[in-house]
Design a protein around this ligand. Structure first.
Ligand SMILES: *Cc1c(COP(=O)(O)O)cnc(C)c1O
Length: 401
């Protein structure tokens, strides 16, 4: 079912293994390729297209904004920064926002915040606790914080100042930091995304919050992938009933327009002073309008509830179809962030499912990841199951020893 001639891009660096299809347009949870074939999009540009494709209200707001002002730089004010910042603070219970354009940039800013927090306290060589299987981005600092040797290989020397621990193990965190006066922050994803959809337990997150309070460390929660409503609350850590001090956001925030943000609570909101940090594109009118309109549409359409209910439904249906199949280990996640772990590498499923009209990804080699738009309906959830399950069954059958 592939196009007769797979797309080639001889002038583009080969940093990605791409699915050989050329996508040209989309609507809702569907996209179409250059040959007119239709796909159900359960990847959403990697948890980015919150509102699906070509949402009429977002299209209208962005068209209006493009015709008014796209970019002015941070030398000047424009009307859209403060409303988006206020909207994020209101929903997170935090105080101030720095805007940028991607997830790694948000995390880079968080790491700088933590270091300056330390320096302001007289700690010359601050250290940040990070996690096994974490993913925080591909800049030198964020790949150093990332817990995946494949992301780091070839780019050493790594940035120093990170201490690594396993998830969901408070004793390991205590042991790794005991008596260390240089620790300034603990930094994790509430649900690890690239690492295989690994949720941190609410008890663990609450336990780390308490440790951070006890030791005057910053709690920094990377919500780049699991945040912005995907789990059924605005931010995944809110299921644990705690607030972080620093929260990087990106992916779903602009529903496809590149928007990143670092949201900070009282202990971190005033660490950066003029001249400490900045970016040219961050906070531009187009990006801010995209973020603000995304949040408004999410509320008007009840998309948090939708993510929770349709997510639970999809999760339940997948489990009903897949549990007990030899080779299927677990279905896990929260809301519309779902991972299906197999007992074997299953990357080939990405192309096969695309051929069957379903877009998804495989992460951590064995985990099928579903992060569809938050507008997903029950009928579309049924369609994901109907397209995916036969592919998983066939794959397991043919790879069984
Ligand atoms: C994707 C991701 C990043 C990196 O975001 P980019 O926009 O690709 O730089 C960082 N953290 C998490 C949790 C992510 O999922």
């Amino acid at each position: 079912m592939h196009a007769a001639t797979p797309p080639t891009e001889p002038h583009v660096m080969t940093t990605y293994g791409r699915v050989p299809i050329m996508l040209t347009h989309g609507r809702g949870c569907r996209v179409w390729d250059a040959d007119g074939r239709e796909y159900l999009d359960a990847l959403a540009g990697i948890a980015v297209n919150t509102l699906g494709h070509a949402h009429p209200r977002l299209v209208k707001a962005l068209q209006e904004q493009v015709a008014q002002l796209i970019h002015v730089s941070n030398y000047y004010h424009h009307p859209w920064t403060e409303p988006l910042a206020a909207a994020l603070c209101e929903r997170s219970g935090l105080e101030k926002v720095f805007f940028c354009s991607s997830g790694l940039e948000a995390n880079e800013a968080a790491i700088k915040l933590a270091r300056k927090f330390g320096h302001d306290k007289g700690i010359a060589r601050p250290q940040i606790v990070v996690y096994e299987k974490a993913f925080h981005g591909r800049s030198l600092a964020t790949l150093s914080a990332t817990g995946n040797p494949k992301v780091q290989a070839g780019f050493e020397p790594l940035v120093e100042g990170f201490i690594r621990v396993p998830i969901n193990d408070l004793d390991a965190l205590r042991a790794a930091t005991v008596g260390n006066p240089d620790v300034v922050a603990v930094f994790f994803e509430a649900i690890q995304g690239e690492g295989g959809v690994n949720p941190l337990s609410p008890e663990y997150i609450a336990g780390v919050r308490a440790l951070c309070d006890e030791h005057d460390w910053l709690l920094m929660i990377d919500e780049v992938q699991c945040g912005m409503g995907r789990t059924g609350k605005w931010f995944a850590h809110q299921w644990a009933g705690v607030k972080p001090d620093v929260m990087p956001l990106a992916k779903g925030l602009g529903s496809g327009v590149p928007v990143g943000a670092v949201v900070a609570g009282p202990r971190a909101a005033s660490i950066f002073q003029p001249g400490n940090h900045g970016t040219t594109f961050g906070g531009n009118p187009l990006a801010m309008r995209a973020g603000l309109e995304t949040i408004r549409i999410m509320e008007d359409e009840g998309l948090l509830d939708n993510a929770a209910t349709v997510g639970t439904y999809l999760h339940t249906q997948l489990w009903a179809e897949l549990h007990g199949l030899p080779g299927v280990r677990e279905v896990r996640g929260k809301g519309l962030m779902i991972g299906i772990e197999l007992d074997r590498p299953c990357g080939v499923l990405v192309n096969r499912c695309a051929q069957a009209g379903l877009l998804l990804s495989v992460t951590a080699e064995r985990v099928i990841r579903l992060v569809p738009p938050l507008i997903l309906t029950r009928a579309e959830a049924d369609e994901i199951v109907a397209k995916l399950v036969p592919q998983v069954r066939a794959f397991l059958n043919e790879t069984d020893a």
